[in-house]
Ligand binder design. Sequence first.
Ligand code: UTP
Length: 290
Amino acid sequence: MEVKYAVIPCAGHGTRFLPITKGVPKEMCPIVDKPTLDYIVEECLDAGITDIVLIVSEGKEDIKKYYDLDPEYEEELRKNGKGQYADLIHKIATKAKFHYVTQYELLGLGHAVLQAKTVVGDNNFVVCCGDDICTYNGKSPVSQLVDSFIKNGGHTVVGGQTVEHKNIVKYGAMNVESKVDDRTYKLKGIVEKPKLEEAPSDLASLGKRVFNSKIFDELEHTPRGAGGEIQLTDAIAMLMKKEPVYFYDFVGKRYDCGDKLGYLTAIIDVALSRDEFREGLLEHIKSILK
Ligand code: UTP
């Protein structure tokens, strides 16, 4: 049993991030010197993923351009004695096999994932939202989820964490049937964006899941749900009637980069984690706090 594919839906409008998303996909907004999306791709590669399936829509051409080989530009850089930059951009284009699938109608996350069926086929796969990054020491959250998927016999694993009770209303909340171990729970349901008093737990789904190919059958039969969209959560609920579905509480710090404040905190934390910026940035922060 192996997981070699990652599907990253990047087709959304990014309304919460207007006005920049009118001209630039939010997945391409930089965190220091790399697009948000590339942190997600790297996290997947850290988990042994070899094939990245990017679900895109019209206006997201910059994504493909970023991952395409550009031999002319590389040659120009090398001619000008800037070989290290040529190596850098060459590595970006060759670090994985990139596949692109267009979602012509934006009918929701479930619909976006279904578009990947033609590439993924019968293989197991990870789904990571294109605007959700994690920082981590040690194993990447995707890698932890893949381990859990294999340990649980190749059944769906929804990744997430415990959030502050007042915040559970923003996420899918887990309805737990039983606790399997310290970090793993068997589920009996997921309540999408519950009212505070109706939340079954504070365990929140946070943008990463691992599936076997059976989820495609469910997605093909999932009626339009909340907001008239085909919801991935609804397909998982249908799958749950046929086979076990688990939740894994991953270790790592997660940032919602589709939200302006989440994006800003990600930039600060990533910059502080880099030696070349840490001291200067800390000095600046201290001077503001004074
Ligand atoms: P979001 O709901 O956060 O993205 O979906 P959005 O629709 O772009 O955001 P807002 O609400 O308008 O600001 C999570 C991920 O799923 C993708 C998005 O691109 C994002 O990475 N997505 C969403 C699709 O690929 N297709 C869709 O139809 C919906």
